[in-house]
Design a protein around this ligand. Structure first.
Ligand SMILES: CC(C)(COP(=O)(O)OP(=O)(O)OC[C@H]1O[C@@H](n2cnc3c(N)ncnc32)[C@H](O)[C@@H]1OP(=O)(O)O)[C@@H](O)C(=O)NCCC(=O)NCCS
Length: 214
């Protein structure tokens, strides 16, 4: 599957309940785009809001089909957020308030030796490449077939491309080979020594977003 990011309309990020008015005002000015690029699918933003995880979100019933991911989301993500090891964004079903999916972002780095060629030879000879890690991503099983995994991934990419902190790449730690295939379908390349860790240069994502390349 080839996905042209420039064709994708994004979900608008809505502020978390309780966020202050300035944050709400900022959100209003975010580009309001929504997945999916597939004409046969309903726009995801008609049904979901993507927002930062808060205490108000109900997580107990979330089931993405992978026990480790479900347990992490139920039990471990909050301490990670409190320690600023990760940020977590959720897709909330606007009708029921159920959490339909989530992803986390953390600052990280990739050893230069793990970056595949020809990407590696174009990079400075520092030992590591600054990157943002998509550590966890999951979509509740009852929301399959809506393009929500794609929408969450693109929202994560967009968040990284807009961040004001230097990061050369986005990389994703896939939980298994199937998850790795999901990222690969969107242009992520496996690291040389870790096939389930996949890499996408931010500049590539930006070019694709602006429609300069496909
Ligand atoms: C991986 C996951 C997030 C995908 O979510 P989803 O809602 O099924 O994804 P979408 O429906 O948006 O799929 C988008 C596209 O990716 C494709 N895709 C989905 N899973 C795929 C996979 N494992 N391999 C290759 N392509 C895949 C879909 O076919 C779809 O393409 P299409 O539009 O041409 O049909 C979801 O299956 C999940 O939560 N799995 C369990 C947890 C997991 O593996 N997380 C991954 C990160 S660790």
């Amino acid at each position: 599957m080839t996905v042209k990011l420039s064709d994708v309309r994004w979900i608008s990020r809505t502020p978390a309940p309780g966020t202050d008015r300035s944050a709400r005002a900022q959100c209003t000015f975010r580009p309001c785009r929504e997945a999916s690029c597939r004409p046969d699918r309903a726009p995801v933003s008609a049904r979901f809001a993507i927002e930062a995880l808060t205490k108000a979100h109900q997580r107990k019933t979330f089931l993405c089909g992978n026990e480790r991911i479900d347990r992490y989301f139920r039990e471990a993500v909050t301490p990670d957020i409190k320690r600023r090891y990760a940020t977590c964004f959720v897709a909330r079903d606007l009708e029921t308030n159920r959490i339909a999916g989530f992803y986390t972002l953390s600052s990280s780095n990739v050893p230069l030796t793990a970056v595949p060629e020809p990407l590696a030879s174009r990079l400075p000879r520092y030992p590591t490449v600054p990157a943002v890690l998509i550590g966890w991503l999951g979509r509740d099983q009852s929301y399959a077939g809506l393009g929500l995994g794609e929408a969450l991934l693109f929202d994560a990419i967009k968040t990284v491309t807009e961040a004001l902190i230097g990061a050369h790449a986005i990389f994703a730690d896939a939980i298994d080979g199937k998850a790795a295939a999901f990222y690969a379908a969107f242009g992520f390349t496996p690291l040389t020594n870790r096939p389930n860790s996949l890499y996408l240069p931010v500049a590539t994502a930006q070019r694709l977003l602006s429609g300069e390349a496909s």
